[in-house]
Design a protein around this ligand. Structure first.
Ligand SMILES: *Cc1c(COP(=O)(O)O)cnc(C)c1O
Length: 404
């Protein structure tokens, strides 16, 4: 085994060597600007970009002409939300989303609120699921966009995209989905699901960092958007800037590999995730799964450990790379806004760990991680007076903590 063990695949993934291999010639040999029309260097670069565009578009059920290349899913989300909001501002200024979206969706929505738009944040239940009924009831004559993610990056919960798409299409409202965690991992089809805009990025699917795409539907209906950056008019005016040719070539190769290996990999990763969860459940009490038990990404496990302190736990498993439920900002230990929206208490949110398994995760690594987690949690609980009281049968909610 190689240490540290990487179990943070929901944050990013290593670039697959097979992807790196196809990218290399585009740095040193076919290095033309895809917008150069006057010579072979440009034509070859353009050809590679168009081939990648077709593969990306067709793999999600659309066409190459519906793909706009960006610098990543953050930019794709911003372009979708700000771009649609501006283009359709005379039609309406109401947007529907959820409180557990990625910040790259929440923040542009809040920026729009500052500019006079109205944003509805749907409720989510304990598992992070929205209500389709509430979604439909929230649609108004001035609603222009519904933005709901495919799979949640923290807790793994999947949204019912096909059902959402039926509702948005019925009411003539555009449907954007941040599918960054889902593309290449679960089947997705923009036609079948009535998706009008879809954000994704290469680095979560074993491609390079810094390249992403936005699918923008061209017919039934034709989606329009205002650019958020201005320049050379690349990408049909929607996103100016010289294209990242090696990145785009790698992005397509990465998706091709994910597509071809999707079924077997999903099965393998679910088995690894379940193996870890079952070990933890068998040997530790007071643990809680966060996110939906079945409707979740194949590679995500998020667990809260009662009566341990999150930061101490992370330190106790320092040779394993995972994410904790508290975003450690410089000044404060703020519990995850996603877990908070699910109603997870601050103590459990602080002691939550996100395990993200991936293509290069082995059973041996999972077993090591389970052993180490169990050891670390038990050791911390041995030092915890609260845990001791609970073991003695004391109901902590009835305790009067004042000392005088
Ligand atoms: C990682 C992630 C993003 C951001 O993607 P970048 O390409 O890093 O900008 C957006 N949304 C979700 C759901 C993500 O997991």
């Amino acid at each position: 085994m190689k240490f540290p063990i990487y179990l943070d695949y929901n944050a990013t993934a290593p670039t697959d060597p097979r992807v790196v291999e196809v990218m290399i010639p585009y740095f040193t040999q076919t290095y033309g600007n895809a917008a150069s029309r006057n010579h072979q260097f440009g034509w070859e670069a353009e050809q590679a970009v168009e081939k990648a565009r077709d593969l990306l578009g067709e793999t999600i059920g659309g066409g190459g002409r519906e793909i706009v290349f960006t610098s990543g899913a953050t930019e794709s989300n911003n372009l979708a939300i700000l771009g649609v909001a501006d283009f359709y501002k005379e039609k309406g200024r109401h947007i529907i989303t959820s409180p557990i979206e990625h910040k790259a969706v929440i923040d542009p929505c809040q920026a729009l609120e500052q500019r006079g738009y109205d944003v509805t944040f749907l409720d989510v239940d304990d598992d992070g699921c929205i209500s389709l009924e509430q979604l439909e009831k929230s649609i108004r004559p001035d609603t222009i966009l519904v933005s709901l993610m495919a799979g949640n990056n923290e807790i793994g919960t999947l949204n019912p995209l096909e059902e959402i798409g039926k509702i948005t299409r019925k009411h003539g409202v555009l449907f954007h989905t941040d599918a960054t965690q889902a593309v290449g991992k679960i089947p997705l089809d923009v036609e079948q699901m009535n998706i009008d805009l879809l954000s994704f990025t290469a680095h979560k699917m074993y491609g390079p960092k810094g390249v992403g795409a936005l699918y923008v539907r061209r017919k039934r209906p034709r989606v329009r958007l205002s650019p958020i950056m201005f320049g050379g008019g690349h990408e049909r005016g929607m996103r100016s800037g010289t294209l990242n040719v090696p990145g785009i070539v790698g992005f397509a190769k990465a998706l091709e590999l994910c597509r071809d290996e999707m079924e077997s990999e999903a099965e393998r990763q679910i088995a690894l995730r379940e193996r870890l969860h079952q070990r933890l459940q068998a040997e530790l009490d007071h643990i809680k799964l966060n996110g939906h038990p079945a409707q979740r990404l194949p590679n995500n496990l998020n667990v809260s450990f009662g009566y341990v302190e999150g930061e101490s736990l992370i330190m106790g498993i320092s040779d394993i790379a995972v994410s904790s439920g508290s975003a450690c900002t410089s000044a404060s230990l703020e519990p995850s806004y996603v877990l908070r929206a699910l109603g997870v208490g601050d103590d459990l949110a602080h002691s939550s760990i996100r395990f993200g398994v991936g293509r290069f995760t082995t059973e041996e690594e999972i077993d090591y991680t389970a052993d180490k987690m169990i050891f670390a949690v038990k050791r911390l609980r041995d030092m915890s007076p609260l845990y001791e009281m609970v073991q003695e049968g004391i109901d902590l909610s009835t305790v009067n903590w004042t000392s005088h």
